[in-house]
Design a protein around this ligand. Structure first.
Ligand code: NAD
Ligand code: UDP
Length: 320
């Protein structure tokens, strides 16, 4: 018998948030999704709209909320560089004012709150792989700073609420995650490459394609978030969640081309400013605290992702 909780998921109509809402409903909880639908979509949560334990609040986290909840997952913030850079001031507001408002709500409700932080707090890392003790190499002035510094400031607020009010806080530093539920125009590398390959367009490789990322499948990541939320030991301790398998963008491109059977070529475009050269999580803390590690290899996670985008593209073509 599940201990039914009232759970708020901000950003719950986005890629990760919508899958999290589904997992929490499946566990028997009452789920409130709060989203301003900036990068999220009703399509992602359509299956839950009539569910008796699901509620959608279309709102912005920069406004204070009065709700009664036991748990808060704060995922509200566009995660793709093109979307968070489109209005960098709104991104900073979302991260800082959103965190403040939700921490205040957590204090009022005596709720536990989890922050979706990011590997971006390590910036363009000078230490490899990145463990939680690394303090990072983040540009203050660059085009990614609205997101990176916004997430760093949010983390600081979480630790300070924990110290001042004893709020129970959980911090997940999420590394690049992909899977079904992403937008076709999300702009991140996995969705771009898969959509381009399926459409027979050239894959856009930024820079020389030798920069690396470590790609975690959605299901593994959300399982990690839920384990972290319910861990009694992980209070106010940042925990990396990601898949340590590390790939260059050229390796990812050739895997996508092979798996889609696409005859697309590659087109090289300039590397965006401050684009990190390498990134791989040290997940020993997640393993020791939560017994969590990812199970799904990149090639296995790409299969359902390619199927999802193939169906999405077919539907978009029909509707056009
Ligand atoms: P996403 O862009 O698909 O989802 C973000 C959601 O937040 C969207 O539904 C969007 O409409 C909503 N949102 C944005 N600003 C808001 C605001 N001001 N008020 C209310 N809702 C707002 O991104 P995602 O990949 O699902 O990422 C979810 C969270 O995880 C984000 O906080 C992101 O920073 C973090 N994260 C994700 C990754 C990843 O690789 N997917 C990596 C690191 C961190
Ligand atoms: N990238 C690329 N082609 C694209 C989109 C991204 O080569 O069409 C590169 C990007 O420059 C970065 C890496 O892929 O080096 C991961 O980019 P993404 O936006 O997915 O995530 P982030 O940079 O935030 O880790």
């Amino acid at each position: 018998m599940v201990d039914r909780k009232r759970i708020l998921v901000t950003g719950g109509a986005g890629f990760l948030g919508s899958y999290l809402c589904g997992r929490l409903l499946a566990e028997g909880h009452e789920v409130t999704c709060l989203d301003n639908l900036y990068t999220g979509s009703i399509d992602n949560i359509r299956a839950y709209l009539d569910h008796p334990r699901f509620r959608l609040i279309q709102a912005d986290v920069i406004e204070p909320q009065s709700l009664s909840v036991d748990r808060i997952y704060n995922l509200a913030c566009a995660a793709s560089p093109i979307h968070y850079q489109a209005d960098p001031i709104a991104t900073m507001r979302t991260n800082v004012l959103g965190a403040l408002n939700l921490l205040e709500l957590a204090v009022k409700c005596n709720a536990r709150i989890l922050q979706a932080s990011t590997s971006e707090v390590y910036g363009d890392p000078l230490v490899h792989p990145q463990s939680e003790d690394y303090r990072g190499n983040v540009s203050i002035t660059g085009i990614r700073a609205c997101y990176d510094e916004g997430k760093r400031a949010a983390e600081t607020l979480f630790y300070d609420y924990n110290r001042m009010y004893g709020t129970e806080v959980r911090i997940a530093r999420i590394f690049n995650t992909y899977g079904p539920g992403m937008r076709a125009d999300d702009g991140r590398v996995v969705s771009n490459f898969v959509v381009q390959a399926l459409r027979g367009e050239n894959l856009t490789v930024y820079g020389d394609g030798l920069q690396t990322r470590s790609f975690c499948y959605r299901d593994d990541l959300v399982r990690g978030l839920m384990a972290l939320m319910e861990s009694e030991e992980a209070n106010a301790i940042p925990v990396n969640l990601g898949n340590p398998g590390e790939f260059t963008m050229l390796e990812l491109a050739s895997l996508v081309l092979e798996m889609t059977g696409s005859r697309s070529g590659l087109v090289f475009q300039p590397l965006p400013q401050d684009d990190p050269i390498q990134r791989r999580p040290d997940i020993s803390r997640a393993w020791s605290l939560l017994g969590w590690q990812p199970r799904i290899l990149l090639s296995d996670g790409l299969q359902p992702t390619i199927r999802y985008f193939a169906e999405k593209i077919a539907r978009m073509a029909e509707a056009a």
